[in-house]
Design a protein around this ligand. Sequence first.
Ligand code: BGC
Length: 757
Amino acid sequence: MEFHFIEPEQGGRQNQSHNASYLRKEFEIHGKVRSAAACFTACGIYKAYINGKEVDTQILLPGNTSYGARLQYQQYDVTDFLTEGTNVVAAVVGEGWYRGKGGFPTGSGNGKKLKFMCRMEIHMEDDTERIINADRSWKASQDGPVRENDLKAGECYDARREFEGWTSSGFDDSGWHGVLETSYDGTLIPHEGERIVEQERLKPKEILQTPDGAIVVDFGQNLCGYMEFSVTGHKGTEVRTVYGETLDENGNFTVKNLGFRTDKKTGLCDQTDRYILKEGRQTYKPSFSIRGFQYVKLENWPEPVEKDNFTSIAVYSDLKKTGTLQCSNEKINRLISNISWSMKSNFVDIPTDCPTRERAGWTGDIMVFCESATYQMDTYRFLKKWIKDVMLEQGEDGRIPNIVPDTGLPGFMSGAAGWSDAIVKVPWILYQFYGRKEILEAAYPAIVKHIRFMNRRRKKRKIWNIGKGKHWNYIIDTGFHWGEWLEPGTSLPSNALKAFLNPDCEVATAYFAWSTGKAAEIAEILGKREDAEHFRQLYGKVKEAYRIEFLPDGQVHADRQCRYVRPVALDLIDKTMKQQVVAELNRLVIRNHYRIGTGFLSTPHICRVLTEYGYTDTAYRLLENEQSPGWLYEVEKGATTIWENWNGKDDRGVPTNSLNHYSPGAVIGWMYGSIAGIRPAEPGFRKVRIAPVPGGSLTWVKCTYESTSGKITSNWEVKDGQFYLDVTVPVPAQIYLPDGTEENVEAGNWKFSCSLK
Ligand code: BGC
C-alpha cells in the first residue's frame, strides 16, 4: 500500500506561534459505496473528520513512537461515513510529541515539518475503486481557532476564529492555501499501542480564593489530562487557566515545584491555556495539550465561578484494569489509590516519569515499576510497543538510552545502570505475568547487545582503580550512572551532580550482574544453551567481584538502606550471607525509626526483602509509618498521587519536585505479591503461588488479580489470633500459610485457617 503525505504549512514552520493546521478535501461520489477504509497519520498529532463527524474518539493520535524510525497509522472502516454526492475529509494537525516542548532536556520531538497522511479506499457497488490520498488537491489554513499549541506549554484558542462547518461540504475554502506533497522516511506501522482516551470526569471539590486573591479550582485529585469549562461572556475577552499540582506553604497556587518559570514577555508559564471568547455561552477543552494537575488557577474570569461549569478529565491509555486491592487500613487504601493515579497519569501511550516537568519515557522509572504496573493493569500491549522503541533506539554499541522515545539527552548518558536494564526487566516481567515467549524472543537480540556493551565497559578502568585486584576486572567503574537516585534527604540537583561527577560503581556492577544472570535464564528458556552457559559464567564472575568489593568480609559497610537491599534483591550473594545482611538491614531500619531510606532503585524491594527473611513486623512498620519520609506521610499530607521525592513536602508544606512520579509507588508490587501473596508459580500464572503475609495493623485484605489464566482471589482476615484465608484460583496453586503449612490445590475456591500465635 502506498501512503502519501502532505505538508500543510507550505515550506516548513511558517510561524513561531504554532497555530494548528486545518486541512480539508472535497470529493464527489457517484453511485453506491460497498465499503470504504481509511488510514490516517501525522507527524504531529491529528484529529480526522469525514462529513462533519470525528472518525475516532481517541485523542493524541497517532500516538508516541520513535518517530525517526517508525510512525503508527490508524485504520478505520468508514463505509458509513460516506454519502452519495459531495463528501469532505478533513483534519486538524498540531505539534504533539513530534515538535513540542514536552520531554527532557530539549523538548520531545526533533521534528521540523508537520505532515499529514490520508489514504481512503472506496469500493463501489459497481466494482470500481476510488482512492483518496493526501495530495496537492487538499486545502490548508492556519487561521483557525487554535492559535498556539504545545503538549506541555498549553494552547491558545480564539473562539472567534472557529470555522463554521469546515469539516462538511458547502464550506467556502477559497481563502485557504495549497499544500506541498512530501514523504516520511521511517517505517509506517499499523497502530500497535492501546487507545488513548478520555477517562474519569471529576467535578471540583472546592473553588478557592487563595490568600493572594487568586481564584483556584481544586479538583481534589492530581491527574493527567485537562479541564473542560463553560463560560458566558463577551466576544474578545481573554481568560487564562493555569494548571498546577499543589498549593504552596501559604496556600497559594504554585508551579514552582515543577520548575516552570513565567516568561517575562508573555507573562505565561508552562501548562497555561488562553481562551478568547466568542459571544455568549460556550464550552471549551484543549485538544493539543495535556497536563498534570489538581488545581487550576482562573484568570480574568468574566462571571462568578460556579463548580458546575468545570470538569477535570483524566486522559490515559485504555489498559484493562487487572488488579484490585483493599485492606482494613484506610490510609493504605488511599496510598493504593495514589499509586494507581500516578500510574494512570504516566501511562499515556508510553511510560513516563511525570505528566508535568519532563513527561519523558525514562527507562529507569518503568524498570522499577513494571511489576507493580502489571498487577494493576494489563500492560502487555502497551509495554511491548514501548520495548520495540527501546530496541530501535539502542545504540550500535548496545547502549540503551535513558529516555525512549529520544528527547535529546546526550549519548554519553546512555547505558546508565538500573535505567538501561529496563531492556531486560520489562520483557522478563511480561514473560512472568503473561507466559508468552514471544516477548523474550523479540527482546533477546537487544538484551545480548546490552550485556555485551556492559561487558566491554567493565574492561575499562578509572586510573585510580587500576591495580586494585583481579576482581576489579568485573567491576564497572566507568560510564554515566544515576545511582540509587533520590534517597530521602537528598535533592535532585545533588543527585544529578553526583551522577555526573562520581557515578556509583556499586550500582553499576550490581545491575551488570543482575541483567547477566537474567540473560542466562532467558537464553535457557529460548533454548540457547551456549549463550546461557556464557552468561552464567559471566554472571558468576561479576557476582563474585561484587561480593569481594562491596561485602569484603561478608558484610555491608554502609549506613544506606539500599546497600543492604540491593545484594539481596538482585541475588548477588548466597543465602547465608543474605540472612546476615537482612538482619543488619532490619537493625538499620529500626534505628531509623522505621522510616524509609531507599531511593528509586531499592524502594520496590525493601519490604519484600524484609518479609522474605522473617522481618514482617519491620516491613509493615515501614509501610505504615506516618512520619517523614514515608508512604503514609504523603497520605497524611493530603497527597493524591505519589511524590517523586520523599521530601516532596516538608512540615511547612513547601512543595518540591514533581508530585506525580509512580516509581516510589512500586511498593504495591509487594502488597499484591506478599501482603495478598499472589504470584506466578509458573510463567503466565499457569500455576499460582499464594503466600499471604499478614501483619501490621491489618485485620483483613481483599485482593483480586485477573491473570491470563483467569481470575485469582486472595482474601484474608485475622480474628482472635486466627488467620482465615479464602482463595479462588483458575489453575492449580501452591498455598503457603503464615504458620508454615503448605498445600497444593486444584482450580477452585478454597478456605484455610491457621493460628498466628
Ligand atoms: C526524572 C526521573 C528520572 C531521572 C533520572 C528525573 O529528572 O524525573 O524520574 O528517572 O531524572 O534519574
